[in-house]
Design a protein around this ligand. Sequence first.
Ligand code: PLP
Length: 362
Amino acid sequence: MTQPSPSPTSPFRQALARMQPYLPGEQPQGGKFVKLNTNENAYPPPQAVIDAITAAAHSGLQRYPEPTALAFRRRAAEVLALPGPDWVLAGNGSDEILTILVRGFVGEGQRLRLPYPSYILYRTLADIQGAAWEQIPFESGWKLPAAFSEGDESLKLAFLPNPNSPSGTVVPPDEVLRIAESLPCPLVVDEAYADFADTNCLSLLQQSDKIIITRTLSKAYSLAGLRFGFALAQPQLIAELGKIKDSYNCDALSIAAATAAIGATEWQAENRRQILATRERLAARLAELGFDVTPSQANFVWCQHPRFSHKQLHEFLKRNQVLVRYMDFPGWGDGLRISVGTEAQIDACLTVLQRALAEAGG
Ligand SMILES: *Cc1c(COP(=O)(O)O)cnc(C)c1O
């Protein structure tokens, strides 16, 4: 895409006037789509969360909430076996946490790093800040090259979605620690999907003050509509980041819901078990249909067909009320990212996909 040239009379900062907006996946508001395009959880949240919201709605919405979401931070520290709530920063979705991190570490004219292909939002956050971003391409097999861990003083922050999107692949924790220790700046490990993975980097926090983990309740806790995410790091980092957030960035209803959700460990384990079972069935069926399927540790599957146009498959699916994500990464390639829905949703998707391939001559 060509950059629109900023109007010389624009009252906005040049960096803003020059940048492209971030485009989130489609969110059709009618009920008729099988929606497998933005990695939401296919199942509703636990009843305890609904009850907590109802109770909170009846107990003092006229007052401001506790400004740091302390109830949530206490519960999260317990559940995640961290020393205390001062290791946790709560935010209005992990996207807000990512914004706070960029504002905190990367000044105008400085630089952040991300792997490629990965989560495009990090670039947008750099653009807003008037900062530069650089992408380090994954090597084959979704391994990070040595260049990802090297850099000079102008590099102020590095992002690693782990599991990565769109691939669903994981960089193992011992390697994450090695990368963090050799970088000249903090490393944000974006664990939006870690609840679906075999490993995570929680145990590294006490070993390294260069690692910041971000998490969200949007995916593994079925609360994308609520907007709640958090950062985990050593207390001195959390305290500095706390200066940046809005005074009341989390509302009373979301704090109550998030506190109930993070404590619903049995619900979460059962939900995870179901999604992983469906994921393996989806991956196996896609392989049978001739797709190259990247083994996933997230709640989505990245697949590429050696013979058919991904764009056309995406359009065929959409015409038939199945929404998956078509992603094109210039210089790298394109493919389909399919969220792991319910068993019935995945059946519907596979049925339409099979028809699409048959009509395209497969
Ligand atoms: C979904 C997602 C997020 C954002 O989560 P929210 O809490 O809904 O803002 C962050 N990082 C990655 C890689 C994601 O896929």
